[in-house]
Design a protein around this ligand. Structure first.
Ligand code: HXC
Length: 510
């Protein structure tokens, strides 16, 4: 009996060694942790329950029968993050380069099925050479099965991807369909075709880092939602993110203890808006001052900085924030910012996370680049996302809310539940100068007359009261009391019930 027990431990120790000490050392030498080390950092201490540790591949071609490493290049199971269940898979690059075989794929599918059934997030740690070349189409089929599950799980359980090594070819499409992608600087890359193929086909010379490194995907393509310095930071930040999220669409987001007075008055907000309407100010300051303990989990921080997206808590409850940022391009809406915010709004709506929208937007960015690249369709994504979102929606207009952008940014007309404005708000079809130049074109040669017209327009429209008179703004509030007003608004909306008409699904302009 004792022998059998010892044998089990021996088998386990063998499996835990993955591809062997040399390959583990090589992984460390690249500044990367192993799959098991990553899982250990991600989950609460001693909470990991591993499945399928003894699974091996079944292929015999290319001499594969001679080596059957236990676990087949992926570590799978579940554990807890601050006591809440999550399912996890971590590809083990030390075993056949973490390549995906039929059985490797089946292990991932098994935990995705369990996550769906039990209502818990899936965290995928990607570090793989892609489809296992020796297995051919069986490996492609395995990817296909994972893809299908990514699609079915979308909107049911949160899916988070960490790219912590290579992720190339069709393999990128599994993370691409998950809710969030995070990368690690200098040790991860994602691309559909690698530098060699790019060189052959387009004659472009690029490195893997230039083509698909963390900087490329967080700044240029927006494929990734964030990049971390190293594996350790990646794991602790994902733990932080998980704390904001519900486990599934059947549950409400978690309520955490909070030590910040919901009625906290912030006198400094009364002077946040500069006297000169063309001067920028930092919208992040407002977000930090509204949030419990000033904690803001920002997503896509390095992309489309003219809009801010991320999570805060109010009275311990998760709230998604979308905010125009006057510091970048005057906070204008454009293709990138509309796409970024639309996807975020849809994530919040999938998972019953209320949305706070902070508005200071001068309109949509004009120009041929925008038009040729389809700003009409991309802008419509954000409009559509807000209009279809049935979660509680609270909006605060701090300064400009011009034209179509006013309507888009969670206005009353898109079923905003509570719409506040600061006294500094200017809600109009456009800014005073632009409006005057159109209405009084014949007077443009006379600067005094035009100045008078601008003043007249400003007096009439550069305020929140015209909108408030119509009930489009529920109340004009003191900036200093915004936290209290917003907290109370969300508290009153906790019992909100609203449904869209039945349909198979909508047809959002993709
Ligand atoms: C089988 C693989 C493998 C793969 C790597 N290995 N990728 N084995 N199938 N796809 C093995 C290597 O043979 C090697 O084994 C070990 O993993 C480590 O690989 P190295 O090349 O030594 O590591 P490194 O120098 O760090 O290079 C990593 C790499 C390179 C850049 C990922 O291995 C590589 O280019 N691999 C092939 C990538 C690829 O073309 N994959 C198919 C993509 S298409 P030994 O025993 O020597 O240590 C795809 C389609 C998905 O994935 C479609 C979904 C629908």
């Amino acid at each position: 009996m004792k022998d059998i027990l010892e044998q089990l431990e021996q088998r386990r120790a063998d499996a835990r060694l993955g591809g062997g000490q040399n390959r583990i050392d090589a992984q460390h030498a690249k500044g990367k942790l192993t799959a098991r080390e990553r899982i250990e950092l991600l989950l609460d201490e001693d909470s990991f329950e591993e499945y399928d540790m003894f699974v091996t591949h079944r292929s015999t071609d290319f001499g594969m029968a001679a080596s059957k490493p236990r676990g087949d290049g992926v570590v799978t199971g579940w554990g807890t993050v601050n006591g809440r269940v999550v399912y996890v898979f971590a590809q083990d690059f030390t075993v056949l380069g973490g390549s995906v075989s039929e059985t490797h794929g089946a292990k991932i599918c098994k935990i995705m099925d369990m996550a769906m059934q039990n209502g818990a997030p899936v965290i995928g740690i990607n570090d793989s050479g892609g489809a296992r070349i020796q297995e051919g189409v069986a490996s492609l089929a395995a990817y296909g099965e994972v893809f299908q599950r990514n699609i079915e799980a979308s909107g049911v359980v949160p899916q988070i991807s960490l790219i912590m090594g290579p992720c190339a070819g069709g393999a990128v499409y599994s993370p691409a369909m998950t809710d969030f992608i995070f990368m690690v600087k200098d040790s991860s890359y994602m691309f559909v075709t690698g530098p060699d193929v790019v060189k052959t086909v387009t004659n472009e010379h690029v490195t893997a880092e230039q083509l698909g490194g963390a900087s490329t995907h967080t700044r240029k393509s927006s494929v990734a939602d964030g990049a971390f310095e190293d594996d350790v930071e990646a794991m602790s930040e994902v733990r932080r993110l998980i704390d904001f999220l519900p486990l599934s669409n059947r549950e409400k987001p978690p309520v955490r203890p909070f030590y910040d007075d919901p009625s906290r008055v912030e006198e400094s907000l009364d002077t946040l808006i500069p006297d000169n309407p063309n001067m920028p100010y930092d919208m992040k300051e407002l977000i930090h001052k509204l949030a419990d303990e000033g904690d803001f989990y920002e997503l896509q921080a390095d992309f489309a900085g003219n809009i801010l997206t991320g999570f805060i808590r109010l009275e311990g409850q998760t709230v998604g924030v979308v905010a125009n940022q006057p510091m970048v391009l005057a906070g204008v809406l454009d293709i990138d910012s509309a796409r970024k915010a639309a996807r975020f709004v849809r994530f919040c709506d999938c998972f019953e996370i209320p949305i706070l929208t902070l508005v200071d937007v001068p309109g949509f960015l004009p120009g041929t680049t925008q038009e040729y690249n389809g700003v009409i369709k991309h802008g419509a994504k954000l409009l559509f996302a807000y209009g279809e979102a049935t979660v509680p929606k609270v909006t605060v207009i701090t300064r400009k809310a011009y034209g179509g952008a006013y309507v888009v940014m969670s206005s009353k007309h898109l079923r905003g539940d509570v719409n506040y404005a600061w006294p500094t708000a200017e809600i109009a079809v456009m800014g005073a100068k632009g409006a005057t130049e159109i209405l009084y074109r014949s007077e443009l040669g006379d600067p005094d007359k035009i100045a008078g017209r601008v003043k007249e327009y400003e007096d009439q429209f550069a305020n929140p009261f015209v909108a408030a008179e119509r009930g489009f703004i529920d109340e004009v509030i003191q900036p200093r009391s915004t936290r209290k007003r917003v907290c109370r608004a969300f508290a009153a909306l906790r019992t909100k019930r609203r449904q869209m008409p039945w349909k198979k699904h909508d047809n959002i302009p993709l």
